[in-house]
Design a protein around this ligand. Sequence first.
Ligand code: C2E
Ligand code: CA
Ligand code: CA
Length: 549
Amino acid sequence: MVSRSGIVIQPVESMYGKQENSLDYTLNHFELIHGSDKERVRADMLHGKSGHFIFDLKGVQWYCHYNPVGYGGWYIFTMLRHDVGAAYASEITSRLTAASGVILICFLICVLLILRQQKRHTAALMRVAYYDELCQCPNLAKFKLDVQKFIDEHPGEGVLMTKFDIRQFKLLNKILGKEVGNTVLITIAAALDQETKIKGYCRAHDDEFYVFLCCSTSEELDKIRTSVWNQFYKCMGPGFSYPMEVIEGRYFMSFDDCQNAAEAVEKTNIAHSKAKELGTKVCEYDEALVKQALWKQQVEHQLEPALANGEFKIYLQAQYHLNEEALASAEALVRWEKEGKLIPPNDFIPILEQKGLITKLDFYVLEQLCRKMQSWKNEGRELIEIAVNFSRRHLENPDFIQNLCSIADQYGIPHYLLVVELTETAMWENEKNMIQMVEQLHENGFLMAMDDFGTGYSSLSLLKNLPVDIVKIDRSFFYDNQYKDRARILISNVMNMAKQLGMVTVAEGIEEQRHIDFLRQVGCDKVQGYYFTRPVPAESFWEGTRGAG
Ligand code: C2E
Ligand code: CA
Ligand code: CA
């Protein structure tokens, strides 16, 4: 330690040797410091600065660093033999260099590993996002990109998109097993892949495939289609004999000048849905299909507001005893009064049925009818039996009968005045539950009618098994002139059978006198048709109905 005036108070033994270790040492020892360095050190010490210098002592070079203590002008001189320091420094430097080299190599290896991992992840993500795992082929997202790229690069080319699936593929899975089902899908993809005229294809989901190809006529497409399916059956081998039915929707993009892949997929989809709905093998897209698709959307979305606005109106069509031509009963039929137009039920009921929304409307009709019947009762009218149409969708609802009871009871309508009408096909599809349903309806005092009798597959067996109260003979019996004589025989036998089973028979859609005469002959109980009256708004039922008092 050295004072600012150069007095050394703590010398270092190793510098001077033991005999020279004395407090007398003065700054003269700065003689060790050469030339201008001495002045710089002095100046630094006077100003309280730190610094360093190198000096020779007995032929050895030393390195000295001086630092102010920060009190009383004292300085600490730290000295180190320069050769020791330099060797140490160079050792440290080389060690540091080696360590940095290792770190750098490790870092580079890490970066490479991360990049490789990232590449793998990206590839895996791309596969998930763009490929179908089962068929190892593009999925819908990739298909759309491929189609867009193609149409951008080949403007004006005659292009066609098709979508197909296999009717009742679920059944195939059930009968042949899921593995065979998967093989079928994989083989379809492989057959599509081999067809050179196909520019792109994908498996969208389940058994649905989209194909995109250059061709401008249906005939040309049919040829390609045959070649693909020949290839499929060849790959499946002779052991595969399952009768597969393909349902296809087609959209000729170039006819419509469609330049957008997503729009083309949407339109192809519409054509495919229509083919499914119609039960046909192939359906081509046209603008009418779009109108229908839009109408479907409207019906679906406008049901709630239309119910709230009271746009659904109850119409009643009278049924007459055939004997005395007197009013016997009626059927409630709904109409949609939308923006000043009266929309018939066939335009919206099948859509609501498909979307599972019909049950709401049916109960609305029942409630409005009960409300009306209550007001008639209050006016002192004698109420008649009225039938309400219920969709097959109600059969899925375990609370159906309870709901019927609560609505009828809310308005004080005796249950025996209400007839639940269900179509024959709905009953046939649910034959097992139907017997129980009819029994429960009877237990609660309601009547049950089998609507559209004769349009199903096994009408007679259904009639035999189901103890319904009323059978409504479908109007098609009276209008199918080709089978007039056969129809007459059938109707007279149905009348007989129904009578023996204690059921009331109603003939529907009767417009002509000759039908009335025939129905009288065969002993039909009641008639409903334009011959007597058309459906009229419930409000004007008593004024507008023949024979109503
Ligand atoms: P439906 O139950 O078979 O009703 C009889 C249909 O035949 C009614 O058609 C009626 O107006 C029509 N009709 C009656 N007499 C004649 C005739 O002499 N000649 C001709 N050409 N037609 C006649 P509408 O009212 O258009 O109803 C069609 C179908 O819509 C009904 O057939 C029924 O299945 C369904 N529907 C009507 N209202 C409802 C409802 O509130 N709920 C449900 N789920 N379906 C309903
Ligand atoms: Ca009906
Ligand atoms: Ca009917």
